[in-house]
Design a protein. Structure first.
Lengths: 186, 186
DNA sequence: AAATATACTTACTAATAAGTAAATTCCAAA
DNA sequence: TTTGGAATTTACTTATTAGTAAGTATATTT
């Protein structure tokens, strides 16, 4: 794998998560990396190919985290906390998550990014409801209603939590983070 | 008030809520309204002036709703439901709310839009926590923790609920809507 | 009737966008 | 030592962007 290619993807993801998909250009990337505009097009012929790769990589990272958690036999509470730590870190770095960044731009994105984003969102919600369901059965969690609905509520708390923290200029994510966990305590 | 000016603001808001701030242009507005680009600049010299006006109008509409609810002596449950209906309607119209649309673009917006957006977000959260606090004291609602934190959770559910519904291509907002209300039932 | 203000259009500018074709540099294998 | 491919730059195109200066038609006021 090319180092330049990796740097482009890393910077592209940063730009999407700080400024949004439609607010960054290949120039932003090339000037920051000290290369020319055309060099970015060499690795990613179109902006949509770059966007699609970034979302795919994000999903791979999520899958790696899931596998890691399973292999270490973490209980549901720890698994949820590990997942939530990703958002705590995002907030500290003043970044949104990729889903919360690209979601509002969805109607301006091509089918390839859209479907990857949908796939990733469905996968996260599926994983989260599974954790919640198992945790509920084991008595680790306590909540009303269907685990699927609960997963949607918790996930939307995290996605918009980052956005609202940015608007409100809150550097800590504690309020939402703690409230979600308190809600789930038996 | 000029009809053209109102049409520009209405269309501008629609564009922000469907495609995002950085994805719409004065051309989009002028061609749709059958006027020239410069005519839009006549009413709103800069895009930031248009954006700021749109956010201010949104906040005015919110304040009008609040006053209306208070004058009619609605109980807390009905007040919350009325507020949530705005989001149900947004979802039906395939639009995000203005806060969820502009939040991710915040770093690309000028100070004027930013501060208006912050003011509006703070005002909504303040109102919502007040409703929750009063409803809790009257026994209309039941929830754990501070009303302020609860307001943040519920509001983030609505903001990201619209975004996730768009990504997942869900035309109904029922799951989130119902789960929020069920959670608050005594 | 003359002056003024409102609501635009015409006709532009300068900057930036994504994207491309062709040339070039550089390194490794044959 | 030549050949070939990978990684880039050069130099460009076409389209779109926000924004502006100057002009015009229409209505309103003086």
């Amino acid at each position: 794998m090319s180092v330049t290619r990796e740097k482009i993807m890393e910077l592209g993801e940063d730009l999407i998560r700080t400024r949004g998909y439609n607010a960054f250009s290949y120039q932003d990337i090339s000037s920051e990396l000290g290369i020319k505009n055309a060099a970015v097009h060499y690795y990613f012929p179109s902006k949509e190919s770059l966007g699609t790769s970034i979302v795919k990589t994000n999903m791979q990272r999520f899958e790696e985290m899931v596998e890691n958690l399973q292999s270490r036999n973490f209980d549901e509470w720890s698994q949820l906390e590990t997942f939530m730590k990703i958002y705590v870190k995002s907030n500290r770095e003043l970044k949104l998550c990729i889903i919360g960044s690209l979601g509002p731009d969805l109607n301006t994105l091509n089918e390839s990014i859209r479907s990857e984003l949908k796939k990733m969102t469905e996968r996260i919600l599926q994983w989260l409801s599974c954790i919640l369901k198992n945790g509920l059965e084991k008595g680790i969690f306590s909540f009303k209603g269907d685990p699927k609905d609960r997963a949607l509520l918790i996930f939307s708390n995290m996605v918009a939590g980052l956005q609202l923290a940015r608007i409100l200029e809150k550097t800590d994510f504690k309020a939402i983070h703690q409230a979600i966990l308190d809600d789930l305590k038996p």
